[in-house]
Design a protein around this ligand. Structure first.
Ligand code: KIV
Length: 278
C-alpha cells in the first residue's frame, strides 16, 4: 500500500519515467477512501458532479458552494492521492482576481491541492496568476464541457488539421503559463499523441486514446453505477448498479418477511456503540 503523498511535481517525474498516471473522479469521502486505497494517483473532483451526482443536464449550473462541499468530502477521504478540484463555470472567467479568490477557497477551505480550469488562450492570464500565487493548475483542452453550447454539443474536437494545430498551440501556451498537467478530452488518438510528445508536462486523456501520459474516467461510469448516458470510450470494470439493486431488494425482502433483524439472545450484551461505528 502506498504511504507517500502524491504531489503535482511527482506527475512530471512519472511522465519522464514513462510511468502512466491514473486519475478517477470522486465526489465524496467514501469513494475517495476506496480509490485512494486502490492506489489511484489523482482524485479529480470534477464538475461532472453536476451531471453524475446532482442530476443537471450540463455542468453549467454547478456552483462554487457545491464544488467546495464535495471537495471537502473528497479531501477528508483521500490520504495519499493528489486532490484536484474543478473550477466551475464562471468561477474563473470573469476576472483574474475572482479566479484567484475562488481557486484560493478550494485550497484554503476545502483541502484541494490543485485546481483545474478549461480552455486555452482565454485562460492563460488566469493560469499564470494562480501559479504565481502558489496554486497548481491542471489545464483542460479538446471537448471542454463548460463550452458545450458553443461547441454544438458533446462532440469530438480537433478533427481537422487546423483545429489540431490550434489545440497544440494552446497546450504549449498552457505549459508555458505554468500548468502542471493538461486533460485532453475527446480528441483523435494521433492528435493526443502529438500533443503528449510535444510537452514536458503530462497529458491526461479521456476519450483521447492510449498515447496520453495518463488516463482519467468518471468514477461512476467505470464502476457501472451510472444508469444515464455513458460515453462509448468508457470501459466499465464492474456493474455495481446491479450489485446494489440486488442487495437493496434482498434487504427489503428480509425486513418485510421479518427475517432481519433477528431477536437478540438473552445472554448477548447490549452494545452502547452507535450502529454506524461498530
Ligand atoms: O468534470 C470532470 O469530471 C472532468 C473530467 C471528465 C476530466 O472534467
Amino acid at each position: 500500500m502506498r504511504t507517500k503523498k502524491v504531489r503535482t511535481t511527482d506527475l512530471r517525474e512519472m511522465k519522464a519515467a514513462g510511468q502512466k498516471i491514473t486519475v478517477l473522479t470522486a465526489y465524496d469521502a467514501i469513494m475517495a477512501r476506496l480509490l485512494d486505497s486502490a492506489g489511484i494517483d489523482v482524485l479529480l473532483v470534477g464538475d461532472s458532479l453536476g451531471m453524475v451526482v446532482l442530476g443537471y443536464e450540463t455542468t453549467l449550473p454547478v456552483t462554487m458552494e457545491e464544488m467546495l462541499h464535495h471537495t471537502r468530502a473528497v479531501a477528508r477521504g483521500a490520504s495519499t492521492a493528489l486532490v484536484v478540484a474543478d473550477m466551475p463555470f464562471l468561477s474563473y472567467q470573469v476576472s483574474v482576481s475572482e479566479a484567484v479568490r475562488n481557486a484560493g477557497r478550494f485550497m484554503k477551505e476545502a483541502g484541494a491541492e490543485a485546481v483545474k480550469v478549461e480552455g486555452g488562450k482565454g485562460v492563460l492570464e488566469v493560469v499564470a496568476r494562480l501559479v504565481e500565487v502558489g496554486i497548481p493548475v491542471m489545464g483542460h483542452l479538446g471537448l471542454t464541457p463548460q463550452s458545450v453550447h458553443q461547441l454544438g454539443g458533446f462532440r469530438k474536437q480537433a478533427r481537422d488539421k487546423e483545429a489540431a494545430r490550434l489545440l497544440l498551440e494552446d497546450a504549449r501556451a498552457l505549459q508555458q503559463a505554468g500548468a502542471f498537467s493538461i486533460v485532453l478530452e475527446s480528441i483523435p488518438d494521433e492528435v493526443a499523441g502529438e500533443v503528449s510528445a510535444a510537452l514536458s508536462i503530462p497529458t491526461i486523456g479521456i476519450g483521447a486514446g492510449p498515447f496520453c501520459d495518463g488516463q482519467v474516467l468518471v468514477g461512476p461510469d467505470v464502476f457501472g453505477l451510472n444508469d444515464g448516458y455513458v460515453p462509448s470510450f468508457v470501459k466499465q470494470y464492474s456493474n455495481l448498479r446491479e450489485v446494489i439493486v440486488a442487495a437493496a431488494r434482498e434487504y427489503a425482502r428480509e425486513v418485510r418477511e421479518g427475517e432481519f433483524p433477528q431477536p437478540k439472545r438473552e445472554s448477548e450484551p447490549v452494545s452502547t456503540t452507535p450502529a454506524r461505528e461498530k
